[in-house]
Design a protein around this ligand. Sequence first.
Ligand code: TXA
Ligand code: MG
Length: 336
Amino acid sequence: MPAFETNSEKLNGGSIARSAGLLLEGKLVAFPTETVYGLGANALNPDAVARIFVAKERPTYNPLIVHVADTLAAKALVLDWPEAADLLSEVFWPGALTLVLLKRGQVPDTVTGGGPTVALRVPSHPVAHALLRSAGIPIAAPSANRSGRLSPTTSDHVLRSLYGRIDLVLDGGPTSGGIESTVVSLVGGMPRLLRPGLIGSAEIEAVVGPIERMLPLHSNLDSAALLSPGMLDRHYAPRTPLELTADGPQRVEELGSQGLRVGWLRRSDTLEAVSESDRVIRVEMRRDAAGYAAQVYAELHALDARGVDRIVVDAVPETEEWLAVRDRLQRASVPE
Ligand code: TXA
Ligand code: MG
């Protein structure tokens, strides 16, 4: 059974040392980062890493992000450190950018899905940082949720999803970023955006010049399907069926009249045509992309916990700033 470390102990040396000890024994420890909670294991221990896949029910071909304490530790795990890695790590590490590079032999195949590359990130969260320093090893950590589901932004979310499957959750309170890191590959020619995330592509381009995008700027389900069918897998999804719609008020009214209990992530510019009803739980979402990102998973977790029948989400702007949020909402809305 997982023990639970309280928030007040978050920087307590004892908690950190105990967590580091468990990691060194090959155990699984969930911990906060500035994006979402990660489920950590010693990245250099293939048996420990294999336990992550079992706990999450994650397909073994989906590789993990390796978290390291600093750039020096990152360099020790790769064959090649291109100039773009220098530029990007200098500006964005510690932080929510993950770089994909050619791995060295010591990185186990279980971490990389058998592939030749490894994804690396230096997290900025003080608890994650203290844990990395104390353990003195690279920590492989996907988001600490069952595969395909919402990422956790609190230790409660972690326990709801993984209780009994992990050894400890280190609590650091709610995470500030709210969605996952941006993943950029530096293998091959131009840097390539593999997953939009907290750090915007425009910010990255300001540092390294043009990057190749896997997703079209104005991505919608049809064009994304043409571009890369695999990217349409249901992911980042609440248990409750979720609909993304341009006309929230009408959809909420319709579902309500069918007798369904509806949770509505509402953007305040949607026209107000819905009557107050105890069948509808309205959630006011922040107007800015970063504020919305920080809030969205926590609100979806809360609606899941309240047991609504349907979640309706007002469409978000089609601009680049909203790319990561749009990506998560579109994947969450793919039917099961
Ligand atoms: O913010 C985050 O990135 C969080 C925190 C815990 O760091 N982690 C996270 O991990 O979101 P995960 O496993 O849920 O997502 C990692 C993503 C996946 O889309 C995976 O396919 C991709 O990174 N990835 C990992 N290693 C890769 C590699 N070698 N090449 C390409 N993609 C890779
Ligand atoms: Mg994940």
